[in-house]
Write a protein that binds this ligand. Sequence first.
Ligand code: C5P
Length: 412
Amino acid sequence: MADLRQQRVVLGVTGGIAAYKAAELVRLLVKDGVEVQVVMTQSACSFITPATMQALSGRPVFTDMWDPRVSDNMAHIELSRGAGLIVVAPATADFLAKLANGHADDLLSTLCMARECPLLVAPAMNRQMWDNQATRRNVAQLARDGVVILGPASGDQACGETGMGRMLEAQQIHDEINSSLQPKLLAGKQVLITAGPTFEAIDPVRGITNRSSGKMGYAIARAALDAGAQVTLVSGPTNLEAPAAAKIERIESANEMFAAVKKHVRGADIYIGVAAVADYRVAKPSEQKIKRTAANLALELVPNPDILAYCAGLPRPPFCVGFAAESQKLHEFADAKRRRKKVPLMVANLAQDAIGADDNEVTLLDDSGTHTLPRAPKTVLARQLVAYIAKLYSSAKTTRSGTAKDAKDAKV
Ligand code: C5P
C-alpha cells in the first residue's frame, strides 16, 4: 500500500449535523500520517468548533477568505498548494449547488474552484433534499465535471426520518481517500480480470460450482482502478458489488467466461485470471429437471477450455497473471502450472486458506523466483499485488521489442 505520510489533504467541512463525523475522519487520516488541512464554512462552525478540528489535525483551521495568517490574502491558493486531493465532508445540498454552478463566494468554494487536484464530496442531507430535482441535477453535473461523489447512504436521519442522505461513515470516506491517493502505477492501462466461481449446469435447477467468493478478484479490480487502470471484470456468480468504475460482465459458465474474455482480451494490456474456473462441465445438461429414480446416475463431464492458457498463447499476449489454489505441494504445483500455461507470473495460495476468506497469504512465482506476501486482508494484498504486477509489466515491456501499443494492435 502507498505510504500516505507524504500526502496532504484539504478537508472541507460544511454546515450539516454530520460535521461531527468529520472529526473522526481527521483522526483516521492523521493516524495514517496524512497532513490534513481543515477548512470550514461559517455554518459548519455552528455544528462543530474549529478548536476541535485544530486539536485533531494539529494545524490551524481556516474559515475565512481574509484570514490575516495568510500574508498575501490568497488563502484559496495557499491552502490547496501541494494537496493530493480536496474532500468535502459533509457536503450540504447548498454547497453541492454552489460547486455545480461554479460559485466562489467563501473560502471553501473558492478553494474548490481554484484546485488542481481531484475533488471528493460526501453529501449529507435530509432525504427529501437529496431526492429534490435540483439536487439530482447538481449531483449529475458534478459527476460529469469529474467530481467524485461518495455516497450518501440510506438509514436513520437526524431529522427523525429514514431514507437516502446519510453521510458515509468516517471509515468509509477514509478508505475512499486512501484509494484516491494510491500511486497511478497503471495509468492508461487496460486490465482484464476474471473473478469468482463458474457454474456448470446439470439441469435447469442444478449445477456444479465451487466455494470461490470472488473477494480476491474484486479486490484486485478495485486496486487496479485505484492504480489508474481501466478495468473490465468478468465475474462468475458472487454476492459482491463490483466497483462502480469497472466495466462488469456477469457470466455463469466457463464457456460464457471464455467468450467474454475473448471479446475483451483484444484491448487488454494485462490479463489477471483470478476466477476459479471449473475444469469440467456436464457434456449434455438436461433440458428438464432430472427426476430421482432408484438407479445410479452418471454424469459425463468434458473438459472446459483453459482461458488463461488461451490468453497466454495468443500471438501477442497481454501480460498474463494466473492464480493457483492448491491443497498441497503449493510451490511445486503452482510453478508447474506457470510453466505449462506459459504465464510470467503465478500467484499461489493454499485453497483451504484462501477460498471464501477475508485474509490470505500468497506466494508470487515468476522468472526471478518466489516472493511471499504475508497474511493480510485481501484488499491490502490486492494493492501489493497490483504494485508488483505493474513493476513486472513495465520491465517486461522494456525488454520486449516494440511498444505495448504495437502489441495491442497486432493482438488476436
Ligand atoms: O484450475 P487451475 O489451478 O489450473 O487454475 C489456475 C489458473 O488458470 C487460474 O488463474 C484460473 O483462472 C485459470 N484457469 C482458466 N481456465 C480454466 C482453468 C483455470 O483460465 N479452465
